[in-house]
Design a protein around this ligand. Structure first.
Ligand code: FPP
Length: 302
């Protein structure tokens, strides 16, 4: 495994979940082609959390003999279309993989700085529409390592949208799932050791305190449900270090479509496909619910 620089520091922006009253329906705001798909869905079985690996910006541009930057620019347009459709169907959580730790380390500096500028201009240009759509912005990842002026704009966008109660749009930025798990394990162990100072516990007393639940509480996503559905565009069948812990039981939908061509109707098509699946969580039938912490149960039984 390649070591990833910066694994030893923990920096991410905490999000506080606000209480919300049931929003009024905005289904009538869907475009006709979206409405047609939405009518085939069971509204009571919509996913609570959709996570998307937005891929194919570079290939989209290459097919048009354009520079990669144009693909990213068009990809930012897709983000806003998809966010607005998500908000119209009242999807509570939408998480987008916008910039990975690996992107930061392995792409040319010119591309990284373009993506940073694009993120800033996306936020500045769309906060008003976020507010019109009752969308709240949040981030996961090592955001403290991003350029300070980008962090300032990110904080500003959080403040500007904090009062919204509809869809929470979480952008994964400078994010890597293995690092997230390392960060979470370190945070959980730190808490356990702090408790041991106070109570003078022995190893055999300490180890059972590190559980699936205590570790999950330290993930960047501790405040949100695990994704029900993961979508990946551009046909690649891989997860690319995205939410590895959280997608243990997620349904995965891969489309050949490149991200810059992805629109709200394609989100709804993915949800329609998700609704045709039977989720069993390792059990035998529909009556099985997601096991909250199988590992803890096994530990107790052993
Ligand atoms: C993958 O395409 C996409 C990214 C590395 C970044 C995602 C960025 C955007 C969608 C645009 C900006 C986002 C926001 C939130 C403003 P790729 O470059 O890996 O495509 P390729 O695999 O075809 O080369």
């Amino acid at each position: 495994m390649q070591p990833v620089r910066g694994c030893a520091t923990v920096e991410h922006i905490e999000v506080v979940v606000l209480g919300s009253s049931p929003p009024s329906s905005r289904i009538h705001e869907l475009a006709p082609e979206e409405l047609e798909i939405y009518r085939q869905l069971e509204p009571e079985r919509l996913p609570q959390h959709v996570a998307i690996i937005m891929d194919g910006n570079g290939r989209w541009a290459g097919q048009r003999r354009l520079q990669r930057f144009f693909g990213h620019q068009q990809g930012a347009e897709s983000v806003q279309y998809v966010v607005e459709t998500a908000s119209r169907i009242n999807l509570p959580w939408l998480t987008l993989y916008a910039f990975s730790l690996e992107n930061n380390l392995r792409r040319p500096k010119t591309e990284v700085s373009f993506l940073m500028r694009l993120l800033k201009s996306y936020l500045v240009g769309n906060v008003r529409r976020m507010n019109d759509n009752n969308v709240r912005i949040a981030y996961i990842g090592r955001t403290g390592e991003l350029p300070s002026e980008v962090q300032d704009t990110m904080r500003w966008a959080v403040e500007q949208t904090a009062q919204n109660t509809g869809t929470t749009l979480t952008l994964a930025l400078n994010y890597g799932a293995r690092c997230e798990i390392v960060d979470a394990a370190q945070a959980a162990i730190r808490k356990i050791l702090a408790a041991s100072d106070v109570r003078n516990l022995r190893m055999e007393d300490l180890l059972p305190l590190l559980t699936e639940e205590s570790l999950a509480k330290e993930l960047y996503t501790a405040h949100m449900p695990d994704p029900d559905l993961v979508i990946r565009t551009s046909g690649e069948m891989r997860i690319s270090n995205f939410l590895l812990w959280q997608i243990a039981y997620s349904e995965i939908f891969v489309t050949e479509r490149f991200w810059p061509d992805f629109r709200g109707q394609h989100l709804l098509e993915a949800i329609a496909d998700y609704q045709r699946r039977e989720r069993r969580y390792g059990g035998l039938g529909k009556d099985k619910l997601a096991p909250p912490s199988v590992c803890d149960e096994a530990f107790v039984q052993s």
